[in-house]
Design a protein around this ligand. Structure first.
Ligand code: PGA
Length: 252
């Protein structure tokens, strides 16, 4: 049985106190959602310790939105994987399209970040996805294939067992546009096939999340698809009620 995961990517939102309030809301309502769903919250670095504190006693996991490509040293402004792990993170989002697009993250950088994540027992949530131009040109399959081959194929079989993939069509992120459930299923199944050609049957165990304007009103339909194992949620993760309601999408 594959894991069902709902992960919240807060991006650069909330002040620390607001982050704690949001976390408390999620913790308070978590009992209303099936235990079969794993929840993860990924606040900004600055909130990791206070959010970790607010999560204590709950089964909600903590993740970071990024980590450095290097282990430690003279890298002003960077945050090492060991530092986020020490604050209680179990997950780290890597390769988000905003990191690729605005901060020039390439497969070469992401390979180094993967090494750091695994060295610190973090599970990467590795993001892939095409932009609008690539989708319209029918290149979306090739784009995600390359993003997987250039990074995920470098993992060992053991590391691959500890990986979550997020498919995030860039044209659907923060735009209010969502891929249809059929579009999501089509590419998730394709991603699983690409994973299987390297890792065999282990690909059946890998959780593949959908991200891109996923919200309470569309989660159930998308999550009902065979190869969709949950969501990486941006905007709708900033309201405890909506975030939890997305988790309930598995029950419908
Ligand atoms: P969105 O963001 O839900 O606000 O579209 C998703 C993401 O980028 O992780």
């Amino acid at each position: 049985m594959r894991k069902k995961i709902v992960a919240g990517n807060w991006k650069m939102n909330t002040l620390p106190a607001e982050g704690v309030e949001l976390t408390k809301g999620v913790v308070a309502g978590r009992g209303e959602v099936c235990k079969c769903v794993d929840f993860i919250v990924c606040p900004p670095f600055t909130h990791l310790s206070t959010v970790a504190e607010a999560l204590k006693g709950s089964d909600i996991a903590l993740g970071a939105q990024n980590c450095a490509a290097e282990e430690k040293g003279a890298y002003t402004g960077e945050v090492a994987a060991s530092m986020i792990a020490a604050l209680g993170c179990k997950y780290v989002i890597l390769g988000h399209s905003e990191r690729r697009q605005y901060y020039g993250e390439t497969s070469a950088t992401l390979n180094k970040k993967m090494v750091q994540a695994y060295a610190n027992n973090l599970t990467p949530i590795y993001c892939v996805g095409e932009n609008l131009e690539e989708r319209e040109a029918g290149k979306h399959f090739d784009v995600v294939k390359a993003q997987i081959e250039e990074v995920v194929y470098n993992l060992t079989a053991e590391q691959f067992k500890n990986l979550v993939i997020a498919y995030e069509p860039v044209w659907a992120i923060g735009t209010g546009k969502t891929a249809t459930a059929e579009q999501a299923q089509e590419i998730h199944a394709y991603i699983r096939k690409v994973l299987a050609s390297k890792f065999g049957a282990a690909a059946d165990e890998c959780a593949i999340l959908y991200g891109g304007s996923c919200k309470p009103s569309n989660a159930a339909e998308i999550f009902a698809k065979e190869d969709v194992d949950g969501g990486l949620i941006g905007g709708a993760a900033l309201k405890a009620e909506d975030f939890l309601a997305i988790g309930k999408g598995f029950e419908k």
